[in-house]
Design a binder for this molecule. Structure first.
Ligand code: PMT
Length: 406
């Protein structure tokens, strides 16, 4: 068995330098939250602003959040040639919020301010999050400008629909910072990630097998492990589909989600999703058995009834039923004899490797943000990994999947 590996900085934007361009919209206050989220994700952030943006939020706010100087007037910038230097250093330029005026200037290569100057001077990928009134967003001039920019490779996220500053309702709201962050991670993954061009399918959550219209046979899976794998694969550039049982988690930006309830539905959805996939990571907890004859109406207790017997019948084994193809990774949720059971499942389910977790151990298994797993490979190798966040475990799994794909 190999020694536990040293966990590396697994934050999704670790080592990345993100330039955040802020333009003059009331939504500029949300850019402060985005700034903070970018830093928490590991990015070094530099902010450039228009003079109008500085009317809504002061440069000092961003300076405090980034620990970097903020440039809103290139003639007053401390650094000579700031417009070129900031642009040159960037791994990505995010413009949020982007006004209609800013989008028009970007489309026409005009540079009246530090944000558009930086955009013209950078070769880094550009993500634009628009914010404006719905009529401005729908205007043919804006539509044409967006089309021009998209044809040049600029990525747009949003706008969202909802209540606007004008009091109207419609498309034009800045999308929430968490989605801008997701879109940035997806954009960088597609351009620079080692899974770019790959399709990864992930299953997550537990299934619910109905007993009657209000009750079911289920388990404690929250979907956290599977969603972390989907997010990590998305960050590395994969096109990701997640097939999930009922869970209370938001879909990571850019991930295609298929909601299912029962094993039969999960099998059907995975059969379709894996037709052209490069890898399947099966972290869901499907029920091995289901009630034989679910009642059509809510079951009632009879007077004096003390016990109830339900006959369960075997569900299909999803992994064993899916046609072969691509890298196959299973999980083993164990409470005892982890290695013995994991190795049996590895063989019977025809997997490339299986990720075994002791679901009774502290910080592991159901509902936790961390997991301690042991990987059992088809060739006989065993790797015991240290306890890590589920996102870090996801990357460790994807590292092995990548090696198999090569
Ligand atoms: O969702 P969380 O709260 O984050 O919890 C994560 C987790 C504990 C659910 C996850 O880490 C995990 O262990 N998932 C596998 C759960 C499980 O069903 O394990 P199993 O040992 O019963 O099944 C072995 C493998 O066969 C699994 O890959 C499972 O998805 C698959 N299986 C199981 C039953 C079935 N009918 N068909 C299957 O394909």
């Amino acid at each position: 068995m190999s020694a536990p590996a040293e966990p590396r900085d697994i934050r999704p934007l670790a080592g990345k330098r993100v330039v955040l361009g802020v333009t003059g919209s009331i939504a500029a206050y949300k850019a402060a939250d985005l700034c903070s989220k970018l830093r928490q994700a590991g990015a070094t952030v530099e902010v450039v602003m228009t003079a109008a943006a500085a009317q809504f939020v002061t440069p000092l706010t961003f300076q405090s959040l980034t620990a970097n100087a903020v440039v809103s007037d290139m003639f007053l910038a401390a650094e000579a040639e700031a417009h070129v230097e900031v642009a040159r250093r960037a791994d990505a330029l995010v413009i949020a919020p982007a006004t209609a005026d800013c989008i028009a200037n970007l489309a026409h290569g005009q540079t009246p301010d530090m944000v558009t100057l930086t955009a013209l001077a950078t070769t880094a990928p550009v993500l634009v999050a628009p914010a404006m009134d719905s009529q401005m967003w729908a205007h043919p001039a804006t539509r044409a400008n967006v089309e021009t920019l998209e044809s040049r490779g600029v990525t747009f996220v949003g706008p969202a629909s909802g209540r606007l500053a004008s009091g109207r309702t419609g498309a034009g709201r800045l999308v929430e910072p968490v989605h801008i962050l997701g879109a940035l991670r997806a954009m960088l993954g597609k351009q620079q990630g080692d899974f770019a061009g790959r399709k990864v399918v992930v299953s997550a959550g537990g299934t619910q097998e109905p007993l009657d219209p209000v009750r079911f046979v289920g388990n404690r899976s929250t979907g956290k492990m599977g969603f972390a794998i989907a997010e990590a694969a998305r960050d590395r550039g994969a096109a990701v589909t997640i097939v999930t049982g009922p869970v209370a988690l938001e879909t990571p930006y850019g991930v295609a989600r298929v909601d299912v309830s029962t094993v039969a539905e999960m099998l059907e959805a995975l059969t379709a999703a894996t037709l052209d996939s490069d890898a399947l990571v099966m972290s869901a907890a499907p029920a091995d058995f289901r009630p034989e004859s679910p009642a059509g109406q809510k079951m009632k207790k009879a007077p004096g009834q003390e016990t109830m017997t339900v006959t369960l019948v075997k569900n299909p084994d999803i992994l064993a039923s899916l046609p072969a193809g691509g890298v196959r990774v299973g999980f083993a949720a164990e409470t005892h004899d982890l290695a013995k059971h994991a190795v049996e499942k590895l063989a019977s389910k025809r997997l490339d490797f299986i990720v075994a977790n002791d679901v009774t151990a502290a910080g592991s298994g159901f509902g936790t943000d961390t997991n301690q797993v042991t990987l059992f490979h088809a060739g006989g190798t065993v790797e015991e990994l240290p306890i890590m966040t589920k996102y870090a475990v996801a990357h460790a799994i994807l590292d092995r999947v990548k090696a198999l794909l090569q």
